[in-house]
Write a protein that binds this ligand. Structure first.
Ligand code: SF4
Ligand code: FE
Length: 487
């Protein structure tokens, strides 16, 4: 099986050993029957469903360089700058279709980063990680797996190194070595799509030092491996999803799709040798971290732009429903939203077009431009959301519940007073207001706003990379040369 259908993907999740998932005070018996979790599965399933659709196949699929098979682009090692651009376009498409985080990109980014890093480690250390990883890649492609790229450790006291922490487990580390592999302990925080994945691809969270060898581990474990516990993150307004009525759906804003973030705890999890892709080579930690982060910062120039398209569409629609669709100040604001959104896209495309081939053969984005892309993403979506809230008016946070529509007496009153432009069905206006609430304050705001701030590294992480990659000295030379300064 190389391309799974959406329903085969759903089945594949249920075929795994039972997962230990804690959510809202319960250890869930059947996590995938939970409505909040189902919405997040729907988002990932879309990455399979669109790959089945002939209209989207050119974007959603690629030809494997390892086997020649047609595979889902999320399992693909980028082979050209066109591939890198296709990735950004694919993520934009998915953002437009689900209006939230569809979770699968982190894995694609991790696969490409580990592929190039293992090659470079082998060159220097004469190890055999790259062959191991290539064999693993073939399984990923063949199984059409979702991979959780697991990088972020809880980190404890941010002022201290991993080995200086009061509790050493706040960074994932090797606690035992065996003949056939290693045992790891620790946790990974805010793991996007953790239980909707098939495997965790674990990477060090920062550039480790020589003496931090036990923390310098990159490896893969199945999501249902013995010793893993999941703490499912709750998000704003999530309980609205538990109301299984048409009215509940209206109050949800985006009834079908949601994101997923988990704290994943590895309590002595065994990793066999063949799934270890770095073990102590701290000189390559920085390379792995910066390339993974770079790929994921590129991703945001696609996915957030797609969700931005939904916000722009919502702004234009609610303006019409409010009867001000043609007002010049509204058009101005919408033009500003488009300008900001397309600027993000331009960065995503630019860092892809300027990509280069790595020693391993896959393509890497331009790291400086990818960091600039993500730095813009930490700002522009907030302004786009602010403009949408401005255009919508305050009703999206003061509206009575849709349950009031059930009773004909209260419905009549709501329809009378929540009416907008002539000829617009008040129910449609209510639905659009709820979507706006979802996108800018509710569950999707986690993906569109907070994740824009902190996902793929908080703003300061990009500024460090921008300073490192900017080559200020060269720019000084330009200035000195024009001023005819000779030193
Ligand atoms: Fe993909 Fe965007 Fe979600 Fe990251 S935030 S996993 S890039 S959809
Ligand atoms: Fe993310």
């Amino acid at each position: 099986m190389v391309l799974m259908s959406g329903s085969e993907y759903r089945e594949s999740l249920k075929r795994r050993k039972p997962l230990k998932v804690h959510f809202l005070g319960e250890l869930l018996k059947n996590p995938f029957d939970h409505p909040i979790i189902q919405a997040s599965v729907n988002s990932v399933a879309l990455t399979y469903e669109l790959a089945e659709d002939p209209q989207h196949q050119p974007l959603m699929t690629a030809t494997s360089v390892l086997t020649g098979n047609t595979i889902n682009r999320f399992c693909h090692l980028h082979q050209s700058t066109e591939d890198l651009q296709a990735k950004v376009k694919m993520l934009r498409l998915l953002g437009q279709r689900c209006g939230t985080c569809f979770q699968r990109c982190v894995g694609m980014d991790a696969l490409n980063a580990v592929f190039l890093t293992t090659y470079e480690i082998d060159q220097k250390h004469k190890s055999d990680y790259h062959q191991r990883f290539t064999d693993y890649m073939k399984l990923v492609e063949e199984g059409d797996w979702v991979i959780d790229g697991a990088m972020t450790d809880p980190k404890g006291d941010r002022g201290k190194r991993p080995s200086q922490q009061a509790d050493p487990d706040v960074f994932v580390r090797i606690v035992k070595r065996q003949k056939d592999g290693v045992v790891i302990r620790g946790a990974k925080a805010h793991q996007t799509g953790a239980i909707n994945s098939h495997e965790h691809l674990i990477m060090p969270t920062l550039a480790m030092r020589n003496e931090e060898k036990e923390y310098t581990i990159c490896c893969a474990v199945p999501v249902d491996a013995e010793g893993i516990t999941y703490f499912y993150g709750r998000q704003s307004s999530d309980l609205r999803r538990l109301d299984h009525t048409r009215e509940g759906d209206i109050d949800c804003g985006n009834p079908r799709y949601g994101g997923q973030e988990c704290l994943v705890v590895f309590d002595d999890v065994f990793v066999p040798h063949e799934r270890i892709f770095m073990d102590g080579e701290s000189d390559f930690c920085g390379r792995l971290v910066s390339t993974f982060a770079g790929y994921h910062r590129q991703s945001y120039g696609g996915c957030k732009v797609g969700v931005g398209d939904v916000l722009i569409g919502a702004a234009a629609t609610i303006a019409e429903y409010n009867g001000v669709g043609t007002a010049s100040h509204i058009r101005e604001k919408i033009a500003e939203m488009v300008h900001l959104n397309e600027t993000l896209y331009a960065c995503g495309i630019a860092c892809s077009a300027q990509g280069t081939q790595t020693l391993a053969g896959n393509y890497l984005i331009d790291l400086l431009l990818a960091n600039v892309c993500k730095q813009n993403v930490t700002r522009f979506p907030y302004e786009i959301a602010r403009l949408l809230q401005d255009i919508a008016g305050g009703l999206f946070v003061t509206m009575p519940s849709a349950k009031e529509l059930k009773n004909p007496d209260t419905r009549r009153i709501l329809e009378k007073y929540l009416v907008g432009a002539e000829g617009v069905n008040p129910l449609n206006r209510i639905k659009m207001m709820r979507l706006i609430e979802n996108l800018t304050l509710g569950r999707a705001a986690v993906g569109y706003l907070t994740e824009s701030m902190h996902g793929a590294g908080s703003p300061q992480a990009q500024r460090i990379m921008i300073k490192r990659l900017a080559n200020i000295e060269e720019k000084q030379q330009y200035a000195k040369s024009l001023a005819q300064i000779e030193e």
